[in-house]
Design a protein around this ligand. Structure first.
Ligand SMILES: Cc1cc2nc3c(=O)[nH]c(=O)nc-3n(C[C@H](O)[C@H](O)[C@H](O)COP(=O)(O)O)c2cc1C
Length: 391
C-alpha cells in the first residue's frame, strides 16, 4: 500500500472523536473541525504543518487553541500563513508534499491527520467536502490566542483552557445577571405604572392607613345612636355653627367633621344633621365633594335628615348656598326624609338652588353679611327640628 493510500483524506475516527479538514470560508482558507462525545477528548490546540515529501522541509502554517464549545465540537476557518503559500510555489512539493494536522488533546495525547498537498490545495481553492453539519462553532468558547498558546507546553494547555473557560463562564454569568437585572427593573417599572393607574382609577376617597393597611370605608367607626351633626368646613365658620347647634340641641350623640368619619357613619343615627358651606361659586365644600360619590351608594331608609348651609349672599348672590341642594340629593335618594325647611324672609341674595316650595332646604347662616342674626336663627331652627325630628 502506497503512503498516499494510507493517508486520511476526509478525517478520521479516533475512538469517540472525529477530526478533519474541509473547505474554508473563503479561498486561501482551510477549514479545521472536530467532534467528540467524551469530555476527556477535549482539543486544546491544533497545529497545522506542511512538509516536503522527504520531510526535509517543514513549515508550520498555523497554531490554534480551542477552549471547546458546549457542543463538544468546533469548526474554524484558518488562513494559511505566508510561509505556507511560498511553500506551495515549488511545483514538485505541490504534488508530493504533505500536510499534518496535530490535534493536541487532554492527558497529553495527540491525534495526527495527514493529507496530501493536492488534497489540501483543493480545499484552499474552495473545493472538496464541507465539515459535518454538527461541527459547531460557539464563538464564546473558541479561543485563538495563538501567541499565548504557542508559548505553552502541551501539559499546560488544560489549565490554560480551564482558565479561559472560567473567564468565559464568568463573562456569560455577568451578562446573564445584567440581563436579569434589566428585566427586573422593567418589571418593577411596569408594576409601578400599573399600581399608579389602578390607584387613579380607584374610588376618589379610598384611603390607606399608616402602615399600608387599606381602610375599609364602607364600615362605620361610630356605634348606632339617635342624633348626630356632621359637617364640612374649609375656614371654620360652619364648624362654629355646628357647635352652636349642638349646644342648643343638648342631646347630640356625635358632632363630627366629615374628615374624621367614614361615609358609613352617616347611617348610624336616626337623625342626621348635615352642614355645608358653598364654595367655588355654587360648588360643594371640598371634603363633601370628595365623599359624595360614596354617600350616593348608601341607604338612608327610615332616617331623617336636616340641613344647614353657610353662604355669602352679597359676595355670591347668584349662587347663594347652592351646595345645600347638591348635598341633600343623595340623602333623599337614599330614602331619608327632609326636616327643617326654613323661610327665605330676611335674607339678602338674588338666586339659590337651595329653595324648594318657596323655602330654603334648611337653616341658612350668613356670617359675612348677617352675623348679628346667627344666634337667633340657630335657636329658632333648633326648636323647629326638635319638633320635626323628635329630638
Ligand atoms: C372663593 C369663595 C367662593 C365662595 N362661593 C360661594 C358661593 O358660590 N355661594 C355662597 O353662598 N357662598 C360662597 N362663598 C362664601 C362661603 O360659603 C362662606 O364664606 C362660608 O362662611 C365659608 O364657610 P367655612 O368657613 O365653613 O368654609 C364663597 C367663599 C369663597 C372664599
Amino acid at each position: 500500500m502506497s503512503l498516499l493510500k494510507k493517508l486520511n483524506l476526509c478525517g478520521t475516527v479516533q475512538g469517540p472523536a472525529k477530526f478533519g479538514v474541509s473547505k474554508g470560508d473563503e479561498p486561501g482558507h482551510l477549514g479545521v473541525w472536530g467532534i467528540w462525545s467524551e469530555p476527556s477528548v477535549e482539543v486544546f490546540r491544533v497545529v497545522v504543518k506542511a512538509h516536503s515529501q522527504d520531510r526535509a522541509m517543514t513549515v508550520p502554517t498555523a497554531s490554534y487553541t480551542f477552549a471547546p464549545s458546549k457542543e463538544q465540537s468546533f469548526i474554524q476557518s484558518i488562513e494559511t500563513s505566508q510561509e505556507f503559500k511560498q511553500f506551495l510555489v515549488g511545483s514538485d512539493r505541490a504534488q508530493t508534499g504533505q500536510v499534518t494536522l496535530e490535534f493536541w488533546l487532554d492527558n497529553n495525547r495527540t491525534e495526527t491527520l495527514n493529507y496530501t498537498l493536492p488534497e489540501v490545495i483543493k480545499y484552499l481553492r474552495g473545493k472538496g467536502s464541507k465539515a459535518p453539519s454538527h461541527a459547531k462553532t460557539s464563538k464564546e468558547y473558541l479561543v485563538q490566542d495563538t501567541l499565548v498558546v504557542a508559548s505553552l507546553a502541551h501539559s499546560e494547555l488544560k489549565a490554560y483552557s480551564e482558565k479561559v473557560k472560567a473567564e468565559i463562564a464568568e463573562k456569560l454569568r455577568k451578562a446573564e445577571e445584567e440581563r436579569k437585572r434589566i428585566e427586573e427593573e422593567k418589571k418593577a417599572a411596569l408594576a409601578k405604572a400599573q399600581a399608579e393607574a389602578a390607584a387613579k382609577a380607584a374610588k376618589p376617597a379610598a384611603q390607606v392607613a399608616a402602615g399600608g393597611v387599606p381602610v375599609d370605608r364602607s364600615k362605620p367607626t361610630l356605634s348606632p345612636a339617635k342624633t348626630a351633626i356632621f359637617f364640612g368646613s374649609s375656614t371654620g365658620n360652619t364648624a362654629n355653627v355646628a357647635e352652636m347647634l349642638k349646644k342648643e340641641l343638648g342631646s347630640v350623640d356625635y358632632l363630627k367633621n366629615i374628615t374624621d368619619i367614614h361615609p358609613a357613619d352617616l347611617t348610624v343615627v336616626e337623625n342626621i344633621i348635615i352642614g355645608i358651606p358653598t364654595w367655588h361659586i355654587g360648588e360643594l365644600q371640598d371634603d363633601w365633594a370628595a365623599m359624595l360619590p360614596e354617600v350616593k351608594a348608601l341607604s338612608f331608609t327610615g332616617k331623617k335628615v336636616a340641613l344647614f348651609g353657610l353662604g355669602d349672599g352679597k359676595g355670591y348672590a347668584d349662587t347663594y348656598v347652592d351646595g345645600m341642594a347638591e348635598l341633600l340629593e343623595p340623602f333623599e335618594k337614599g330614602g331619608a326624609k327632609l326636616c327643617g325647611q326654613w323661610p327665605t324672609d330676611s335674607y339678602e341674595f338674588k338666586k339659590s338652588k337651595a329653595i324648594r316650595d318657596g323655602k330654603f332646604l334648611g337653616l341658612v347662616i350668613d356670617v359675612e353679611n348677617q352675623d348679628n342674626l346667627t344666634d337667633k336663627r340657630v335657636k329658632s331652627w333648633v326648636s323647629l327640628i326638635q319638633k320635626e325630628m323628635g329630638i
